[in-house]
Design a binder for this molecule. Structure first.
Ligand code: SF4
Length: 234
């Protein structure tokens, strides 16, 4: 991980935005790209100004849906954002920080009770808005955890638990961001760019499927024949 940490400088996308905006942003990020998620958040800011549970709870649902149109699935996300804002306003006095101040497992349970908030969204909010030592898992992380043989097949919880066991608590958020960056840059879903990857030696997937075996190297050497080998050796 040291090599990857050095390669991908930390990009804390939640810096400078409120915990409630982190929550809204994470709902917007569901099933879309980072660029579209940002466009959705920007659309909300342009339409409503500073985002808070009060503002979005009182906003008209269709206005929210229009404002986040570019984030994709706006007809589903718009009502969820409004309902989440309403719940925080009515049940928590508009104070998401009251939920985030709870012990981690309790905060997670309460967050997952909000409309449109599943385990991944809850973990992202706790990690990025409350600095809790959890390891949120997205598609990049799931793929890489399998390639590194850290987590076998299994659902979200199984992968998260395996990664939290693997990671020192103080490194969880950093490694979460680092692995996502690696998944976007090199360890992509189709045709990962292993030739440029600094961690081939530690990657189970590469060692099993990509690294030329000694047997195949030997076969190639034999196929070249002694003459060619001599020329090459000079
Ligand atoms: S060697 Fe390839 S599969 Fe393994 S981590 Fe690097 S890019 Fe991903």
């Amino acid at each position: 991980m040291k090599l990857l940490e050095a390669r991908y400088p930390i990009q804390d996308w939640a810096r400078g935005i409120s915990p409630f905006e982190v929550l809204v942003s994470t709902i917007l990020s569901q099933s879309t790209t980072v660029a579209n998620e940002r466009r959705g958040l920007e659309g909300l800011r342009q339409r409503f100004g500073r985002l808070s549970p009060e503002v979005l709870a009182r906003a008209h649902e269709t206005e929210i849906t229009k404002a986040i149109w570019h984030s994709g699935l706006a007809r589903q996300k718009g009502p969820r954002i409004k309902a989440t804002a309403q719940t925080i306003l009515e049940e928590w006095g508009g104070r998401l920080d009251r939920i985030l101040a709870m012990p981690t497992s309790e905060a997670r349970r309460v967050l997952m009770g909000l409309p449109g908030v599943g385990p991944k969204t809850a973990d992202v909010v706790m990690a990025m808005a409350a600095d809790r030592p959890v390891f949120p898992v997205d598609t990049h992380i799931t793929r890489i955890a399998r390639r590194w043989n850290l987590a076998r097949r299994g659902g979200y919880e199984a992968t998260r638990t395996a990664l939290e066991r693997w990671t020192p608590p103080e490194k969880r958020i950093r490694w979460h961001l680092t692995i996502i960056a690696h998944g976007r840059a090199l360890c992509v879903a189709r045709n990962p760019r292993c030739k440029a990857c600094p961690v081939t030696r530690d990657c189970d997937w590469y060692r099993t499927l990509r690294a030329p075996s000694r047997h195949s190297q030997e076969r190639k050497r034999r196929a070249r024949g002694p003459q060619q080998q001599k020329v090459k050796n000079r």
